[in-house]
Design a protein around this ligand. Structure first.
Ligand code: SF4
Length: 353
């Protein structure tokens, strides 16, 4: 049996394809072949002519960070005059703006602030939730959570429990970039090891909080490093009852940081997202990134993605070169013109599989 036929058989049976199969597919198949297989995989969970979205913002409450990742354009070291830490009122103003634009979800994203303990985050999030009871919040990324637990000198289990008891529902999988230790040592040695990342994710899920999976491509990572990321993620998902709610892949923006480089072509992103849909057989929701690919991201709905955000702000990616449009109708028309019935959705529950 040839490669395409054997992968098709795996997908239809709901079985995982091997890294070797997926790598060969990525390296040798045509765009049409990857697209066709990704749609077979998507059809296990979703109608092929439908897509969902929500309007959301990423509120960056601090840019102070000590991790010094080479690919980051956002952070400022403590004592830098451009460093900031927003008050609850400042954060509220941003959330109000999102709400006035029809948004329903806020993701909080800051840096590795050396003085913020888990209780500080819990207090801020509780205050914001009280002010905006109808909105959903992704309250920390796993990476921030890990660092704050270290600052607080508590275990991840204790940190997750403190957040849960204060009303937190989500600590999401942001800050993952490429989950491969050699990549991490090259570009982000102060952030975490891959094992550490998944130890934290496990405690978050075990505590009953929701979480997600993310990936960023287009640095200088090798294809093998990308597949390491997908493989360890798929294994983690299988060992944890498929409880990660979604997988989102976006692209590195190379401006205003130490690493630099160039953006990858759109077709590389589309092919890779197709591979992600095929490989991650245990993820229902594969999301495409309007945040970094603008309307080109919507073509990925034809490469296995089923959902996207319409972002209203995110300083992290904008500092690195991303541009955000609030012309929501125009963006949605692109999806309609591609043949999709687009539906605004509510934020997902923390357990959706
Ligand atoms: S990517 Fe995140 S952890 Fe790394 S330097 Fe930037 S803000 Fe800090």
């Amino acid at each position: 049996m040839n490669l395409i036929a054997s992968i098709k058989e795996c997908i239809q049976a709901g079985h995982p394809v091997t890294v070797e199969q997926a790598k060969e597919l990525y390296e040798s198949a045509t765009d049409d072949e990857i697209q066709a297989l990704s749609l077979i995989a998507k059809a296990r969970f979703h109608k092929l002519d439908e897509a969902t979205y929500l309007i959301m913002s990423i509120v960056n409450y601090t840019n102070i960070c000590v991790a010094k990742c080479s690919y980051c354009s956002f952070y400022r070291l403590p004592h830098d005059k451009e460093g900031y830490l927003l008050s609850e009122d400042d954060v509220s103003r941003k959330v109000s703006e999102l709400k006035s634009l029809g948004g329903t979800l806020v993701g909080f994203n800051g840096g590795f602030h050396p003085k913020l303990r888990i209780e500080d985050y819990a207090k801020l999030f509780r205050g914001i939730r009280t002010r905006f009871p109808t909105l959903e919040f992704y309250e920390m990324t796993v990476a921030e959570f890990m660092f704050s637990c270290k600052v607080s000198r508590i275990t991840y289990a204790e940190g997750a429990r403190i957040l849960k008891d204060s009303g937190t529902k989500w600590v999401t999988g942001g800050g993952a970039e490429i989950l491969n230790d050699s990549f991490r040592k090259r570009h982000s040695p102060g952030k975490y090891s891959v094992k550490d990342y998944f130890d934290a994710q496990k405690e978050i899920l075990d505590c009953g909080l929701g979480s997600t999976a993310t990936m960023v491509i287009g640095f200088d990572e090798s294809i093998d490093e990308r597949f390491d990321h997908l493989n360890v993620l798929r294994d983690f998902q299988s060992m944890n009852h498929n409880n990660l709610a979604s997988f989102l892949c976006w692209t590195y923006k190379p401006y205003n940081n130490e690493l630099g480089g160039a953006e990858i072509p759109t077709i590389e992103y589309l092919r890779w997202l197709g591979i992600c849909r095929i490989f991650l057989h245990n993820f229902r929701n594969i999301r495409t990134s309007v945040l970094t690919k603008n309307t080109d991201a919507l073509i990925a709905l034809k490469y296995g993605a089923n959902d996207f955000d319409l972002p209203t702000e995110d300083e992290v990616t904008q500092k690195a070169g991303a541009s955000i449009s609030r012309e929501f109708d125009a963006i949605l028309k692109v999806a309609s013109d591609l043949g999709f019935k687009v539906r605004h959705r509510s934020p997902w529950p923390t357990r959706i599989q």
